[in-house]
Write a protein that binds this ligand. Structure first.
Ligand code: SF4
Length: 299
């Protein structure tokens, strides 16, 4: 517990790292589902997808500057992007150490699954809420239980057959009234089949449609909750706009555009340093998305 407290306290006074740990590239902000908890319901940005040529320029910059981890998802379903396989191949060719993405897996048919595995993806996170058809289809509106189960099982089998090192992680949001009682069963159902089962919390931006169950967190009530995103993350939207938060659905914390700057310059810019300073002073109310963020409300 002591280590955890020190870590949390020190993070706000730590020197800013040379580069972000994770670089999100928003392949698309379009989605094939309408999940009840999704912050897309409050998104005001136009739907769009990144052009492959522009993506390559971003990856070239990332590779040259020494970024080690690229995430190919954002506020949308990456499998909708027709160039996703090429994007994975390109990032790996450019020696990005870790390339991953999160998906609802509804479009993860056998043919696409094989291409993705062979392209060299390092990790896939599959979001599945619930252990029954009823819960799952109530939350993941537009998804089909039978399809997702078939796709996930096929993907696991294919990964094993190809003998790929790709990690498979299954995720469930545990703190919704619908899923809270199914968390243990979810873990039991999948833990021997995949590399990791993750029980996560609701996105930082509250949506009106879900009832949140407050779970226990190790630091809740002992120190004020905090957030480390501006010390770890850059999120590049499909049009190149950049924010230091992967939950900033409307880019209210926009610090610039990748077309005009290097990643290093954005990461050490005045704009992001102002945000960090506000965080250090714990004046979160000054920042629009942070005002209502679950992360700052604690467990
Ligand atoms: S506190 Fe602000 S920066 Fe941190 S996750 Fe919430 S919205 Fe993003």
């Amino acid at each position: 517990m002591g280590v955890m407290l020190n870590l949390k306290r020190n993070l706000l006074t730590l020197k800013v790292p040379e580069l972000p740990k994770m670089l999100y590239i928003e392949t698309t902000n379009k989605c094939n589902l309408r999940c009840v908890m999704c912050p897309r319901s409050v998104m005001k940005r136009k739907p769009g997808s990144i052009k492959f040529g522009f993506y390559k320029k971003i990856v070239d910059k990332a590779s040259k500057e020494g970024i080690k981890w690229i995430r190919l998802h954002g506020f949308g379903e990456p499998l909708l992007h027709p160039d996703l396989v090429k994007m994975i191949e390109y990032a790996k060719r450019k020696h990005i150490q870790k390339v991953d993405f999160s998906t609802n897996a509804m479009l993860l048919n056998e043919s696409l699954a094989e291409k993705i595995i062979r392209a060299g993806l390092d990790e896939i996170q599959i979001s599945m809420d619930g252990v029954t058809r009823e819960t799952y289809e109530k939350i993941r509106v537009g998804a089909k239980w039978d399809t997702v189960i078939k796709n996930v099982k096929n993907f696991i089998a294919l990964r094993n057959k190809i003998n790929s090192k790709l990690r498979i992680k299954l995720q469930m949001i545990k703190d919704m009234s619908e899923t809270y009682s199914e968390a243990k069963e979810f873990r039991r159902m999948w833990e021997r089949k995949v590399d990791e089962v993750s029980l996560t919390s609701l996105s930082s931006l509250p949506t009106k449609k879900v009832k949140r169950i407050r779970g226990k967190r190790s630091c809740a009530g002992i120190i004020p909750p905090t957030c480390t995103q501006p010390w770890m993350t850059l999120y590049i939207a499909y049009n190149g706009d950049v924010t230091p938060c992967c939950d900033d659905v409307n880019l209210d914390l926009k610090i610039g555009n990748i077309k005009n700057s290097s990643i290093h310059d954005l990461w050490h810019s005045e704009n992001i340093n102002e945000i960090r300073e506000i965080f250090r002073k714990r004046e979160f109310q000054k920042l629009k998305p942070c005002r209502t963020c679950y992360i700052l409300r604690g467990g």
